[in-house]
Design a protein around this ligand. Structure first.
Ligand SMILES: [Zn+2]
Length: 216
């Protein structure tokens, strides 16, 4: 595969730095992780956005979180149709094989995916409505969320609410997976919704009873 190239130098330098310090100081921990296998404390579903730094926010160590990232931290509905489903595969592995006790869905401010969904639903992004747009078809998952916020008076308010709706829709869709519903009903698994304010460093938690996000 002649298209693959060596890493840029700055990454090679950083890697060697990590190996000489962090790895070297925690060798035993890495060996234990390799020998005992992983036992993550939670699965986290967050956006691909480079500003969302889940491990940093929670001070997580290697081996603590089973993380899946996709555009706008969305969970599709349960669709056992034999097709390629990356997000559903990660969820299935986390719950059925690793038996994680928590799934955390984390949305965030200034989400480009959510903004795209808002533009698409308000008719200002025809490129996203094309059948061939992977982002557009992925963001279709959030259309039911748009229906719930579309009557808010202000566009910025709608977009901010849609970011939180992405979390709620994903939690709803998680419950359409039979093995998740079963684990939740047996109380071996709990679902959590969060929204992270990148600029202010704030974190809001979804309250299933009130249907509102409250600051932590
Ligand atoms: Zn995002």
């Amino acid at each position: 595969m002649e298209f693959a190239r060596p890493l840029p130098t700055y990454l090679i330098t950083r890697y060697h730095g990590w190996k000489a310090t962090q790895y070297n100081e925690n060798k035993a921990w890495y060996r234990r992780l390799a020998e005992d296998g992983q036992h993550p404390r939670a699965m986290v579903i967050s956006c691909c956005d480079s500003r969302v730094h889940v491990t940093s926010i929670f001070g997580a160590e290697t081996g603590e979180f089973f993380i899946h990232r996709n555009i706008a931290n969305l969970v599709p509905p349960y669709e056992p149709d034999g097709d390629h489903h990356g997000t559903s595969a990660a969820i299935e592995y986390a719950v059925a094989a690793l038996k994680v006790p928590h799934i955390i869905v984390m949305g965030h401010s200034s989400c480009g995916g959510v903004l795209g969904c808002h533009s698409m639903c308000t008719g200002t992004a025809p490129e996203l409505e094309k059948e061939t747009s992977f982002v557009g078809r992925w963001m279709d998952i959030l259309r039911p969320g748009f229906e719930r916020i579309k009557d808010l008076p202000d566009t910025a308010e709608q977009i901010s609410a849609l970011e939180r709706e992405g979390v709620v829709v994903s939690l709803e869709n998680l419950m359409t997976f039979p093995f998740i519903r079963e684990a939740v009903e047996n109380e071996t698994l709990s679902l959590h919704g969060l929204w992270n304010d990148i600029s202010g460093g704030g974190l809001e938690s979804y309250d299933g009873k009130t249907g509102k996000f409250e600051p932590i």
